[in-house]
Every structure is written in C-alpha cells, then in structure tokens.
Design a protein around this ligand. Structure first.
Ligand code: DGL
Length: 269
C-alpha cells in the first residue's frame, strides 16, 4: 500500500500547478498524472459530460492501482466529486473544499472572491463549501475564461496579461473582498499579475497549497513512504509535445516531461 502511487488528473496540463505542490511536499510519493488533452477544456461543458470524462479517467487510474486520487481540475472537482466519491472506494480529494475552508477561516471582513471557469462558477461549489465552514461570509464570483488560453500561450506577465486581469478583476471593486481564491488550475501561473492587480492587501489562495495541507493530515501521505526519490509518470489523451512544452514551464524544469499517450475506455453515463 505504502508505495502505491497517488493518481492525479486534470482536463489537461494545468493540473500540474497542483501536482507541483504535491511533488514538492511529498518527495517520496509516487504519482501518476492524467491530462485529458484530447477533450480539454472542461470549463464550458455540462455537468453530465464532466462526470463521464472524470469517471473514464478514474477507471484508468484504478487499473494502475492508485491508493488515492486528487482531482486537480477545479471544474471536475466542482461537477463530479460527489459522483466519484460515491462510485469508488478509495480516498478522493478535490481542490475546492480545502481552498474554500481555508478562505472561510482567514477572511477578516467575511468577504471572499472566487474566480474560475464558467462551469466552476456556475456550479457554486466554492460558495457552498465556504458557507459550510462560515455562514457569515459573502462570496463574489467571476468567471475568467481568457485566463486559461493566456497561460497555455505562455502569456503570464506583461501588458496583455495585465490588461485581461484588469478586465476581469475590476469587478471586485476596492474594499469589496479581502481574500481571493484562484479557483482554476491555470491561475496560479498568473498569481503575480493577479496579486498586482488586486493589491498587496488581498490574500490570494492557491488551491494546490490548501490541498497539500489536507493531504498532510492523512497518514497515507504523512507517514514516510520510502526514502527513494518518487517516480512520477504522465499520461495524456492527445498532443504529447504541447503537453511537454507547457509542463516544463509549469514545473520550472529543464527536464523533458515525456507523457505516454493513452486512449480512455468509454463508459456510458
Ligand atoms: N482544469 C480546468 C479547471 O481547473 C481549466 C481548464 C478547462 O477548462 O478544462 O477548471
């Protein structure tokens, strides 16, 4: 059990912002990452479709004997986590609840902002989880669909990134919130721009970091796995070369990230 890998999945490459936090915190934990690059983005898809795609990935991860699964994709966490937890008998972690809980506890003004894909924002899952923890909080949310392609094009600083950030974040007018959750895999790549746009006084929450704190509380991860360096593998459903290019950027490594291409078995919903 100890050496069994942790499964991590996302609609594409963005979930590596979550994976990198896991790699850093648990240097001996073997992992298997799946990016559904053939069907990305999930952000504008229906709940039924996101559930089906997520289940197909989890079925694949189960064949790899993973001991737990991290749904690194915020959209899939928002739309599919309940169904996944109901279907599979291993620990399944999403990225919404840990970030929401953290925000609910650190806000001083009880005003929290959430940004994410259209699907995540429409699901109101962040609102639900924040209110579960602290029902005095007001939540302001905003879908920021242009942030994902910006990151995928490597535009994470400079004039264009700043302009787009201003366009979306201007709706959080001065003093409206004191905490902002980056509720999408890609947004941590824009953290500097987001922080500059919002101002230093706003606390920006990276869900990957909040998730790692949650994982640390589970003995499956907190007890020493082994003293061997972790083995990480990556699987994609299309475009391995594009994945490699963006992956090196997100993981800030010169090392070539070489994913294997897989075809997921279709399941009927
Ligand atoms: N991974 C998605 C998320 O975190 C962003 C990209 C997509 O729309 O699939 O919501």
């Amino acid at each position: 059990m100890e050496n069994r890998p942790l499964g991590i999945f996302d609609s594409g490459v963005g979930g590596l912002t979550v994976a990198r936090e896991i790699y850093q915190e648990f240097p001996h934990l073997n992992t298997i990452y799946v990016g559904d690059t053939a069907r990305v983005p999930y952000g504008n898809r229906s709940k039924t479709t996101v559930i089906r795609f997520s289940r197909e990935i989890v079925e694949f991860l189960m064949t790899k004997k993973v001991k737990a699964i991290v749904v690194a994709c915020s959209t899939a966490s928002a739309q599919a986590i309940d169904e996944l937890k109901a279907h599979y008998d291993i620990p399944i972690y999403g990225v919404i609840a840990p970030a929401a809980k953290y925000a609910a506890n650190i806000t001083k003004t009880n005003r929290v902002g959430v940004i994410g894909t259209r699907g995540t924002i429409a699901s109101k899952q962040f609102n639900h989880e924040v209110l579960k923890e602290n029902n005095a909080v007001s939540i302001l949310s905003k879908a920021c669909p242009l942030f994902v392609p910006l990151v995928e094009e490597g535009i994470v600083s400079g004039k264009i990134a700043k302009e787009v950030a201003r366009l979306y974040l201007a709706s959080f007018t001065k003093d409206q919130i004191d905490t902002l959750i980056m509720g999408c895999t890609h947004y941590p790549m824009l953290e500097t721009v987001i922080q500059q746009t919002m101002g230093e006084q706003i606390t920006i929450i990276n869900p990957g970091k909040a998730l790692v704190e949650e994982l640390k509380r589970n003995p499956l991860f907190s007890s020493p796995q082994s003293n061997k360096k972790a083995i990480h593998s990556w699987y994609v459903t299309d475009n391995p070369d594009l994945f490699s290019t963006i992956a090196s950027h997100i993981l800030q490594t010169e090392k070539l990230i070489k994913p294997k291409v897989i075809r997921l078995k279709e399941i009927s919903s």
